[in-house]
Structures are given as C-alpha cells and as structure tokens.
Design a protein around this ligand. Structure first.
Ligand code: TYD
Ligand code: MG
Length: 460
C-alpha cells in the first residue's frame, strides 16, 4: 500500500472517515468523536487504492441448492468453546473475541491454541501485549508448556504477515488487534485507522490461506470493542467474554456468528490452573444457601438450547434521599423500570420514596424478557418482607397491560428445575401443569403474583 499523505478525520465510534472536522459524526450521530488521523486517506482515496486493477475471470453464479464443499470444522477440544463456535472452528474464518482486561481472554486462547497444536494443527500465537517470558509462565501454569504452539511477540503488521505466510499455520491468535500497527499509516497503534487496516489485512490473509484466525479485542468503558464497528463487520464471528472479576464464572457469548447460532453461551470456571468448562452449569447461578431469605426468586432461564437457573435478588427500602436510587446488576435497567411501572399502574403498588436494587447472583446477566416474572417476584418478596414459597422458580414476560406472556421452551425450563430439585414453578398460562415432581401454578396476570406474594402491599 502506498503511503497516503493526506490526513482525515476519523470517527472513533463508528470509523467513518470525514474530510473535514465536525462536532458530530454524520454517519453515527455521536458527538465529539472525530479525531484527525494523519495518513488516513479520505474515503475516495482509500477505495481507489483498494480497487483491483487486474481483470480476472468473471464471477460464476450457482444454484442455492447446488453442492459446494463446506470445509470441515476443526474441533478444538475445549467443549464450551466448541459449543459457542457452533461445533468447532471453521477454517478460512476470522473471529473477534472481546472482553474486559483481566477477564481471561489470553488464558482461554492459549488453552485453545495448546489443544489444537497438540492435535496436530499448526498453531501460532502472536502477542503484542506481553513478553514471551510472561506467556511461557502462563503456559507453565496452565500445564501446556510442552504443546507445540509457535509463539511470537510482535506488533508490526508487515512482519507478522510475512512470518504467517512463511509458517502457513492452521490456527492463529492475535493478542490483541489494538497493539498492531501498519507502517502504511501514520496513525498511532490502537487508533481506528490502524485497527481497521490491520484487521482487514489479517482477515484477508486468513481467507486466502485457509487459516482460522482469532483476534483479541479490548473493550471500552461503554462495553463495546474499542476501535471501529467495521472490525465487527469484517469478521465472521464476534464473541464477548464476560463475568464479574470477583466471581470465578466466565461466560463466552456470541453476538454474531456466520457459521453457528448466536444464542449459545459457553460457561467456564477460572481456577488457579486456568479455565475449565463448568460442571453442572445450569446450577451455577443459584445461591449456596439452603433456603434463601426474602427478596430472592429463582428464574428458570434458557440460553440457546441450554437451561440455566439464576437467582434474582431485590432490595426495596425507604430512601433517605429526595430522589430514590434505582440500581441494577445483571439486569436491564429499562426492564426494571417497566416492571415497577406495571406493578404501580396495574397492581396498586407504590414505589415512591423507595430505593430499589436488583442484582443477579454469580455474575450472570439476564437478557431474556422471560426474566420479568422472577424480577417482579423478588421485588414483591422484598417489599412484603416474606420469602417466596420454598424451592420455587419463576418465568414469564410481563406486558405493559399486566398480562404475563408465554416464554419459549417452557417444558425444558421446568424439566431442568425439577431435575435440580425445585418443587414449584410459577409461569405464564399454558405452561405444562406438572413436570417430574414439580407443580406449576399459572400466573395469567401480574396481579395474581401480587396476591400470592405480597397481598397487603397492594392495598397500602
Ligand atoms: P488473562 O487471560 O491475562 O486476561 P485478559 O487476557 O482477558 O486480560 O487472565 C488474567 C486473570 O486470570 C489474572 O487476573 C489471573 C487469572 N488467572 C487465573 O486465575 N488462573 C490462571 O491459570 C491464569 C493463567 C490466570
Ligand atoms: Mg490478555
């Protein structure tokens, strides 16, 4: 690529390139995100450079149902990771894995690399963040130091590509994309222009060589992968590695996957010896107390095809402040506000002057609307000071009208709850009546739950 002499203004949120500075990015609408980057040619120039000049054979069209060779997946051998990939990693693909610093991205990928290398896949691990000694130390800790992984500590894209072309590996980890720089641009490493250019080159190489490429990406305070969204568009799959630092559980969640489902999660435990697939993952997010007290309710959740039981904890207390506090961990703040509004408008409850806290145990994050009923049960239980019926689970989406809507895969939720020893379930109308020792009480409207859990609160 020729050295571009012009500079341009690049939006640090979406990566759009502008010829002039402006307070607001036209492309994404964000304010104060345009930064001048020397060497980032304006869009026209960039395109002109990329257009291939050679005339190749014309594109062939094929029928939708014609036979094409799909490359076989390579099973990594780390079960929970294979599950998120959709049954193994696909050759000629690029995957971006994001997550907070220290969450375990390097650990997970070193473990995956070691497994693949031991199974005969030529594997390269390029680190731009850590010294070789640090990675070797980690490998020793993970007891994979003898695995034939090829290690490099390098940040210069040109040198990395040259080495990759020579080594011709089947699996490559780049840790992380933000540390790389290409000398064809004058922008600093980590800038949008550099991240985009380096990712593009690497993805192009992976597609051509047939390697499976994994890029590690840092996450900003806002929780998105730093650098332009365009990197997410460039790759075939985007996974987020998440969890609370204080807890040992880590969840790998696919937000995009061209080769597999996006609703599967991988659940790991972080130990002194690295990450292991969690044993009995559906019971991880329950408290260890035999009988949890007031303000807690268990949600029978689904994560893709996997049932998970998660404890929702609520605390409703008189506020010492003029403006009461509303705070959530692991739950959507907008949904909590909606549930409280429905409890007030349809069920006669009053949260005025009350602080409300909602938290999900074990670092789990509820993303399903079906979590509404469990959140409502936890709130009601805390408000009334009564524990919910013992060994019970809740699920169902709350509508603004106060109706409780059906949730997908109700029988699977109930089966898992019964298997884990729960005795009662409260779900939408139309749930199966019973399931292996579990009695199911249908809750058609939220008011029925109020009558059950906090009959006096409604009249107050
Ligand atoms: P790391 O993989 O370096 O995180 P990232 O690459 O996402 O920044 O993991 C860092 C944390 O994991 C660190 O705080 C130590 C912990 N850890 C363990 O608990 N056990 C282990 O075996 C390893 C290698 C790390
Ligand atoms: Mg790391």
């Amino acid at each position: 690529m020729a050295k571009a002499s012009t500079s341009a203004f690049v939006c640090q949120a979406c990566g759009a390139v502008h010829a002039k500075w402006a307070g607001r990015c036209d492309a994404c609408g964000e304010w104060n995100t345009l930064v001048e980057e020397a060497g980032s040619a304006p869009p026209g120039a960039l395109k002109a450079e990329k257009t291939p000049t050679k005339r190749g054979p014309k594109t062939e069209f094929i029928a939708l149902n014609s036979d094409v060779d799909t490359p076989p997946r390579v099973v990594i051998g780390v079960d929970e990771l294979d599950r998120v990939f959709g049954g193994g990693i696909v050759p000629s693909s690029a995957t971006l894995i994001g997550g907070d610093p220290g969450i375990g991205k390097s650990t997970l990928l070193l473990q995956a690399a070691a497994r693949l290398a031991r199974n005969g896949v030529k594997t390269v691990y390029v680190s731009g963040e850590e010294a070789a000694a640090q990675i070797q130390e980690r490998a020793k800790r993970l007891k994979v130091a003898n695995s034939p992984v090829q290690l490099a500590t390098e940040t210069d894209l040109r040198r990395i590509l040259a080495a990759l072309k020579e080594a011709n590996p089947g699996f490559v980890v780049i840790d992380s994309i933000q540390t790389l720089w290409s000398d064809s641009l004058e922008a600093a490493p980590g800038s949008v222009a550099q991240v985009r250019a380096c990712a593009q080159e690497l993805v192009r190489w992976a597609k051509k060589s047939g390697a499976a490429l994994v890029l590690v990406g840092h996450v900003t305070k806002e929780g998105t992968i730093a650098g332009p969204r365009v990197v997410e568009h460039m790759v075939d799959a985007v996974f987020y590695f998440e969890g609370e630092r204080g807890h040992q559980f880590r969840i790998l969640r696919a937000v995009k996957n061209r080769f597999g489902p996006t609703d599967e999660i991988g659940i790991f435990e972080m130990h002194a010896l690295g990450l292991t697939p969690a044993k009995e993952p559906s019971a991880l997010f329950l408290s260890t107390e035999a009988e949890p007290g007031g303000g807690t309710a268990v949600f029978a959740a689904m994560e893709g095809s996997r049932p998970v039981l998660a404890e929702v904890q609520a605390l409703v207390a008189k506020s010492p402040f003029g403006t009461p506090r509303r705070s959530v961990i692991g739950f959507d703040a907008g949904r909590l506000a909606m549930i409280m509004a429905v409890l007030e408008a349809r069920c006669g409850l009053n949260f005025a002057g009350m602080d409300v806290y909602l938290s999900v145990a074990g670092g789990y994050r509820i993303t399903e609307p079906a979590g509404d009923l469990a959140a409502a049960a936890a709130l009601l239980s805390s408000l009334a000071g009564n524990a919910v019926p013992s060994r019970s689970v809740f699920f169902g989406e709350v509508a603004l009208s106060g109706a409780v809507r059906a949730a997908p895969r109700m029988d699977q939720r109930l089966k898992e709850a019964a298997r884990l020893g729960f005795q009662r379930a409260y779900g939408p109308e139309g749930s199966p009546a019973a399931e292996g020792g579990l009695t199911v009480t249908p809750i058609a409207r939220l008011i029925a739950l109020v009558d059950l859990l906090a009959p006096d609160a409604a009249n107050a």
